[in-house]
Write a protein that binds this ligand. Structure first.
Ligand code: SF4
Length: 485
């Protein structure tokens, strides 16, 4: 998610921002701009969105220069967690016209009281254009009795529960809203006098924007013309939770290592996860006549944690070498993001290959971030085994995933998670994956490896514990495609 206010090349900046955020969603991309039509003395909203990667959706540069005119924009890369990924209507940003002007929304996360809000709005005669939870925000804002746009937004989000980082574009304002628990990241910055928001700071780096601070949990930031002249944002509150519940999985896997999220560098935390893993489960020793043990990363998601793991082992005088044993083709998306099992299998096969000379006749330690269904890990181990290693040890920088996520990460149902299928039997998972050994980082080490920047800082760890810090209001009994038909 990206937003910008007060820049002559708003759409181009958004395009680059989305490009840097491509790892957060690869199904579809879109940009909406607000343009002031001086002749007609009114605002016009321009939109372009489609299925595909940012590069292909905006392959024709005239879309950015001729269609998406205007000095304010919001953009989105989609990774569906509610509503069908196939539906064009579900691609964000979502845009409507209502009595007070235009409104467009980009959303990262998941509302958890979707069913109640949808029933309430349907009872009032609201017609839905999409099957996503995000559309609820548009209707709640448009139907609010409040007069001022800021009050309408505060009114709407006071009714919404769950995980959300949101950008809202109106004719002459840009808003950024973060849920009271701060589940998903949202950074605030400046660029040549304009204001920018992004899910991760890597989107600021690509356009040379300066990171100012995070949008705080429970904060609504409003940017308008006065902000441009004063250089200051206006801040409102929808209330802050007693403890923040940042998604710990952002540090383990989702965010890019060159980003800063929840006020800490992802690279630093991921190295720490690798270091903690080495302390819990050091590398096996090579026999005297053997080549050194090869520690290999699963590119790109475990690159940084592997360095942490390797460096800690070297410090402990282990005789091992960091090797590039897996080669990744960069021309396919990240696998577990893709919906549908068959696609996933094909993606793994097209995505990785092994370097036989590195792996053959050697003890191998593979570092990876997580095991969800186990499909990807199993196929990877099969690939590595074909290259003829002596032993394959898999070490994971997170505990077993045992519960689905209802806050914006597309995990499968409980039954499809390998840790549940094997009833928590790590030895069983090891055998199922064809490994010599398997180690998951303990929950305690995970919690000790992440930063606590603020007395209120804490984490959501529900996918590892099944304990949901924000009520999921029966979402576990609901199909994510419930509204698709
Ligand atoms: Fe993140 Fe897991 Fe919590 Fe979802 S359940 S928000 S993936 S920690």
């Amino acid at each position: 998610m990206f937003g910008i206010f007060g820049h002559p090349d708003a759409s181009v900046m958004t395009y680059y921002g989305l490009h840097a955020l491509q790892h957060r969603g690869q199904e579809a991309a879109g940009i909406v701009t607000s343009e002031y039509d001086a002749q007609r003395e009114r605002y016009r909203f321009n939109i372009h969105k489609d299925h595909g990667l940012v590069l292909s959706v905006f392959a024709n540069s005239k879309i950015l220069t001729d269609l998406l005119r205007g000095e304010s924009a919001i953009g989105h890369t989609r990774y569906s967690t509610t509503g069908s990924g196939d539906s064009r209507n579900n691609i964000q940003p979502l845009k409507v016209n209502f009595k007070d002007g235009h409104l467009a929304v980009s959303h990262n996360g998941n509302f958890t009281n979707t069913m109640e809000l949808r029933s309430m709005l349907e009872a009032k005669g609201t017609l839905f254009q999409t099957t996503t939870d995000t559309e609820l925000a548009l209707h709640l804002i448009a139907q609010s009795d409040q007069k001022e746009m800021t009050d309408k937004i505060i009114d709407a989000f006071s009714q919404i529960k769950g995980a959300y980082s949101i950008c809202i574009l109106t004719d002459d304002k840009l808003f950024a809203v973060r849920d009271p628990y701060g589940v998903r990241p949202l950074a605030f910055g400046k660029l040549e006098g304009s204001f920018v928001f992004a899910s991760e700071t890597c989107a600021f780096d690509i356009i040379n924007a300066e990171y100012i601070r995070d949008v705080q949990p429970g904060e609504v930031i409003m940017i308008d013309r006065h902000s441009l002249s004063s250089g200051k944002e206006t801040s409102f509150s929808i209330g802050q939770a007693e403890k923040f519940r940042h998604c710990i999985f952002e540090y383990i896997y989702f965010a890019r290592p060159d980003s800063l999220i929840f006020e800490e560098k992802v690279d630093k935390v991921r190295r720490k996860l690798g270091k903690s893993l080495a302390e819990e489960s050091p590398s096996p020793q090579a026999d005297d006549d053997e080549k050194k043990v090869a520690v290999i990363n699963v590119p790109d998601s475990s690159n940084t944690a592997t360095l942490g793991y390797f460096n800690r082992n070297v410090k402990d005088n282990k005789n091992l070498k960091h090797e590039i044993g897996l080669i990744r083709s960069h021309y396919v998306g990240r696998t577990f993001i893709q919906p549908g099992q068959d696609k996933r299998k094909m993606k793994v096969k097209t995505k990785f290959n092994t370097v036989r000379g590195v792996i053959n006749d050697r003890k191998i330690v593979i570092i990876d971030d997580s095991i969800v269904r186990g499909t990807t890990s199993k196929l990877l181990v099969e690939l590595v085994q074909k290259a003829g290693p002596k032993e394959v040890h898999l070490k994971i920088t997170s505990p077993p995933v045992v519960a689905p996520c209802y806050y914006g990460m597309d995990f499968p149902s409980r039954d499809e998670l390998i840790a549940n299928q094997m009833k928590g039997d790590i030895g069983g998972i090891r055998d199922e994956l064809g490994l010599t050994s398997l180690h998951y980082l303990s929950f305690r080490s995970l919690k000790e490896s992440v930063p606590y920047m603020n007395p209120k800082t804490d984490y959501c760890t529900a996918c590892f514990t099944g304990e949901y810090p924000i009520s999921i209001n029966g979402l576990d009994k609901m199909n994510k495609h419930q509204f698709d038909d």
